[in-house]
Design a protein around this ligand. Structure first.
Ligand SMILES: C[S@@+](CC[C@H](N)C(=O)[O-])C[C@H]1O[C@@H](n2cnc3c(N)ncnc32)[C@H](O)[C@@H]1O
Length: 435
């Protein structure tokens, strides 16, 4: 599995379920495999750092398959308390005998035994000498990201965020009460063997300890969505019979939530550039039983094309800009994602975000509301987009809001963090057209 993800560049959260299905494992083993694979992907930098120290061999001289077995072994020894040391070592050595070239098992055995021996005093980088290096290695995040967050959040909040990204997040579901009541669906989830707890902020949200059976999604009873995303729609505050546009709407999580809140009245225009993903919006709307959602394939960075596609004479009440972003707020769900991010993309994304926001603004008249959201944590894509927009769009102003007990303050924006709010990292800003 690790090999698959690393060598074939697969996404862990997509590849793992297929692998688990094929493996015909029971629930316990599935959870065990998931923790090991996700854990190694998350902690890769920390694990490889220690492997280099314990083997006195640079990683570049350790072949891929040996490295993967070592990472799995070290992960069990250092981060999992369910596996006795001797099992972790013996299984790794056994696997090395079967799968690696002769002699590799000796190397694996030596490194794992050294790990056990030095476990109480692991040779992490010296924090006093280079704090960024320490945080990057110890919490296993790319150095550029640690630097960026320290600049924006300070050391303490950054460290809490890094730690939160390494914790397993529960799965959150939005219950679709159009199909069944909260109680009925909760009972179905319990029946399926899941542990269910209520959401922290949203009455329609429940948190579960594993992915529910597919049929609950297929019947439109539940939709997997983090509470941070639900709060975005709540800030949008859609009302009955309004015309609401969402830019960047696929696969339809927020669009279907909007339709749920309007009681499927009015119209939700779900705009996206990606036709395949727009197909998912249709599927999700059909499953959940909403007829008020219309999909529209158009590039939302082009205000003229967008306006023409929606109808220049139509009065749009609210626009949600759920822009593409660097996704740094959802690293806890995507264990391998942190290694795929590229700091250079951030500036490009900020440009697209700005243009989508300008297009959104052109759709509304006085009193119209524009909500801007991104599931990330970089000033470039959040506060700076809003500042730049306001400085050149004088008819708009930021409006303060309160949601789930959180106060945006007068700047009209809120940054939710996994470490502080126990939801995905999400930025939400509210803008209103005054003339
Ligand atoms: C964060 S995702 C949207 C998630 C969605 N709002 C939901 O709640 O399920 C961003 C979306 O923006 C779309 N997108 C990217 N660039 C776009 C553009 N120029 N015009 C329209 N949509 C775009 C992507 O295809 C992607 O589906």
């Amino acid at each position: 599995m690790l090999h698959n993800i690393e060598v074939d560049q697969k996404f862990a959260h997509l590849a793992l379920p297929i692998f688990l299905e094929r493996g015909k494992l029971d629930a316990r083993d599935r959870a065990f495999v998931t923790e090991m694979v996700y854990g190694v992907l998350r902690r890769r930098l920390a694990l490889d750092f220690l492997i280099e120290r314990f083997s006195s061999r640079p990683m570049s001289r350790v072949d891929q398959a040996t490295r993967e077995l070592l990472e799995l072994g070290l992960y069990q020894l250092l981060y999992m308390d369910r596996v006795p040391d001797h099992s972790a070592v013996d299984t790794s050595v056994e696997m090395a005998k079967r799968r690696l070239k002769r002699g590799a098992e000796k190397f694996i055995n030596a490194v794992l035994r050294e790990t056990v021996r030095r476990r109480e005093e692991l040779p992490w980088p010296d924090r006093a000498k280079d704090e960024v290096e320490f945080l990057s290695v110890f919490h296993s995040h790319p150095r550029w990201l640690v630097e960026l967050w320290i600049d924006e959040l300070g050391v303490e909040r950054t460290e809490a965020l890094l730690a939160a990204n390494n914790r397993r997040r529960q799965v959150t579901l939005r219950i679709n009460t159009r199909k069944a009541s909260l109680e009925e669906t909760t009972a179905a989830l319990i029946q399926a063997g899941l542990t269910v707890s209520p959401g922290l902020y949203e009455p329609q949200a429940v948190r579960v300890d594993a992915h529910p059976p597919r049929f609950l999604f297929e019947k439109g009873l539940v939709y997997a969505q983090d509470e941070a995303s639900m709060l975005v729609t709540k800030v949008l505050d859609p009302q009955s019979n309004e015309l609401i546009v969402e830019l960047g709407a696929a696969p339809g999580g927020k669009a279907t939530h909007i339709a749920a809140l309007t009681g499927d009245t009015g119209e939700v225009v779900a705009v996206d550039l990606n036709p395949a993903r727009l197909g998912l919006v249709k599927e999700n709307a059909d499953r959940q039983g909403f007829g008020s959602i219309r999909t529209l394939e158009v590039d939302a960075t082009d205000p003229i094309a967008l306006q023409a596609a929606i109808g220049a004479d139509r009065k749009v009440d609210r626009v949600l800009v759920d822009a593409p972003c660097s996704g740094l707020g959802v690293l806890a769900h995507r264990p391998d994602a942190r290694w795929r991010k590229d700091p250079e993309q951030i500036a490009e994304l900020a440009e697209i975000q700005q243009r989508m926001l300008v297009s959104a603004a052109a759709l509304v008249g006085p009193g119209g509301v524009v909500i801007y959201s991104v599931c990330t944590i970089t000033a470039h894509e959040t506060t700076e987009v809003i500042k730049r927009f306001l400085s050149s769009n004088e008819s708009f102003e930021a409006q303060a809001f309160t949601i789930a007990g959180f106060d945006s303050g007068p700047n009209g924006f809120l940054q939710l963090l996994p470490s502080e709010h126990d939801v995905d990292g999400m930025f939400i800003a509210k803008l209103v057209c005054r003339s």
